[in-house]
Design a protein around this ligand. Structure first.
Ligand SMILES: [Ca+2]
Length: 266
C-alpha cells in the first residue's frame, strides 16, 4: 500500500505551524539527533502526548529504510510479467482455499463494508503473502527516518504524527515492526491509514493490524472510505476500479488486483 492520506486533523495542525520553525530535513543521516527534539516540538504542538514524544526521541536513523527507499523501482513490467513475478497464480489458488475455509468471515466483511472477498484476499496475498511476511523494521524509526529525509519529508511527517498518536493510544508501540517504509500488518497500512481507517475486526477491544481480522476489516473500511460502491463492479472501466487506484498508484498493481479478485470470487 502506498497511496495513503495522512490523518487530516494532524496534517492541518502541522500545516498551520509556521514553516520557519519546521525541523530541517536532510539527505543523509547527519543531524538526525539534532532534528529529533525540533520534530518533537512540532509533534507536541500538533497534539501528540508524552508517550508519543518519548517514542520519537527513542528512534534511531534507519539506514535499511533509506537504502530500500533509494532502491525502489517503478513498476516497469507488463501486466502479464508483473502478475507472474508477484505469484498471481498462487495467490488466486490459495485465496480460493482461504475463502472456502472461512466463508462467514468474508461474508460479514462484505455485509459491513460492501467490499467482496476476492478484492480483500487479493490485497492480503499481494501485500504480505497472507500475513507471512509483514516485515521486521522498527515502525517508528522507519517513519521518523523518512520524515527526516528530504525526498518525501512532508508526506512522511504526516504519517509520523499519526504514528506517534497511535503510540499514545496504545495501537502500536516502540517495539512494533513492519516493512521498510513503516507499513504495518497483514495489508501494510501506513500509520496515517491506521489512524483514519483502522478498526477492531475481531471485537477484542484493540486495533491490531497484525491480526488477520483487524487488518482485513480495516482494509475494507479503507476502500469503503475511499468511495467503494457496494454491489458495483471493480474491473477496469467499472466504478470501483477507481478505488483500487487509492490503494496503489501503479496501474499494473491495480489491474492485477482486479483480475485476481474476480478469479477468487468466481
Ligand atoms: Ca482486534
Amino acid at each position: 500500500m502506498r497511496a495513503n492520506t495522512p490523518f487530516l486533523a494532524l496534517a492541518l495542525a502541522f500545516a498551520a505551524a509556521s514553516p520557519s520553525l519546521a525541523a530541517p530535513c536532510s539527505n543523509t543521516g547527519v543531524g538526525y539527533d539534532d532534528w529529533k527534539p525540533r520534530m518533537a516540538g512540532e509533534a507536541r504542538a500538533a497534539g501528540v502526548g508524552e508517550r508519543g514524544i518519548a517514542a520519537l526521541m527513542g528512534t534511531s536513523y534507519s539506514k535499511a529504510t533509506i537504502s530500500a527507499d533509494r532502491g525502489q523501482k517503478s513498476y516497469k513490467y507488463s501486466l502479464e510479467k508483473f502478475m507472474q513475478v508477484r505469484g498471481a497464480e498462487t495467490i488466486v489458488a490459495q485465496g480460493r482455499k482461504r475463502k472456502a475455509q472461512n466463508p462467514g468471515f468474508y461474508r460479514s466483511l462484505e455485509q459491513s463494508y460492501g467490499v467482496p472477498a476476492g478484492v480483500l484476499i487479493a490485497i492480503h496475498g499481494m501485500e504480505t503473502g497472507f500475513g507471512r511476511d509483514t516485515g521486521n523494521t522498527n515502525v517508528i524509526s522507519a517513519i521518523s527516518t523518512l520524515a527526516f529525509d528530504c525526498r518525501r519529508s512532508e508526506y512522511f511527517t504526516g504519517h509520523l504524527l499519526a504514528a506517534l498518536v497511535l503510540v499514545d493510544r496504545g495501537v502500536i508501540t516502540t517495539a512494533s515492526t513492519g516493512a521498510k517504509h513503516g507499513e504495518i500488518g497483514h495489508t501494510q497500512f501506513l500509520p496515517g491509514s491506521v489512524l483514519a481507517y483502522g478498526v477492531d475486526g475481531n471485537g477484542d477491544g484493540h486495533i491490531d493490524l497484525n491480526t488477520q481480522a483487524d487488518a482485513l476489516a480495516s482494509t475494507a473500511n479503507f476502500l469503503r472510505g475511499k468511495g467503494w460502491v457496494p454491489g458495483a463492479g471493480y474491473q477496469k472501466g467499472e466504478p470501483n476500479f477507481a478505488v483500487l487506484k487509492e490503494w496503489n498508484a501503479a496501474s499494473v498493481y491495480q489491474q492485477s488486483l482486479a483480475i485476481m479478485g474476480s478469479r477468487i470470487d468466481r
